[in-house]
Design a protein around this ligand. Structure first.
Ligand code: SF4
Ligand code: SF4
Length: 205
């Protein structure tokens, strides 16, 4: 639990990058800045935030199975290379193992890598990016260190985490930044609420 919470991407305040549109907004065929994404998704986020708290309080039957199938659907709809909000506006935390692996890949010492790319967070606890957007993001929204990227990046946005419900703070925070998380919670909301509102005679079929 602690590990997952501490590995959430940190949020930065920069709001300037222009983000290509995709997924739930694809039909609108226009480009979004993070601020416009936030604006467009505001009403959904207002509804979905409390829903996350709702499922955290209740035992939803077969939740893990449901999440697995929704996760597959989310990634059929969403292409991260057309988004990259997380790489442009947030930073992963780097473990010492991440730092060693990436330094070797770049042919640098770990000390030189830290000096050039990283800083400690406000609490002086975790290593985070010195700059945003992430220096390893290229102009096509691809990660130039993809094979050796931080574990935090590999797992983000943690949609399949087995203790999904317990991570409600993470998911609530990520709704604001990550359209894949928003889509995941939106689909979960549709399925859970729809099932709950089925008449008894129908649900017994
Ligand atoms: S993980 Fe979320 S924020 Fe990051 S690129 Fe994919 S959809 Fe965008
Ligand atoms: S290391 Fe790669 S995946 Fe991680 S934030 Fe940077 S560009 Fe994105």
């Amino acid at each position: 639990m602690l590990h997952v919470m501490s590995s959430i991407f940190f949020l930065y305040k920069s709001d300037k990058a222009t983000i290509p549109n995709y997924g739930i907004f694809a039909r609108m065929a226009k480009r979004f800045t993070l601020s416009s994404y936030k604006k467009e998704s505001l009403s959904k986020r207002k509804k979905l935030g409390p829903f996350i708290r709702y499922i955290n309080r209740r035992k939803i039957p077969n939740l893990s199975k449901l999440i697995k199938s929704i996760d597959e659907q989310v990634w059929k709809e969403i292409d991260c290379t057309k988004c990259a909000i997380c790489c442009k506006h947030m930073t992963p935390t780097y473990t010492e193992t991440d730092i060693r692996r990436i330094s070797i890949h770049l042919g640098m010492t770990t000390a030189a890598f830290k000096k050039q790319y990283l800083q400690k967070d406000d609490e002086e606890k975790d290593w985070i990016n010195l700059y945003i957007p992430c220096p390893f993001l290229d102009k096509n929204n691809l990660c130039t260190i993809y094979d050796v990227r931080p574990v935090d990046c590999k797992g983000f946005p943690h949609l399949r985490h087995s203790q999904w419900v317990l991570q409600r703070n993470v998911f609530e925070a990520n709704l604001e930044y990550c359209p894949a998380t928003l889509r995941m919670v939106e689909l979960l909301h549709e399925k859970v609420i729809k099932k709950a509102s089925k008449p008894a005679c129908e649900s017994s079929v």
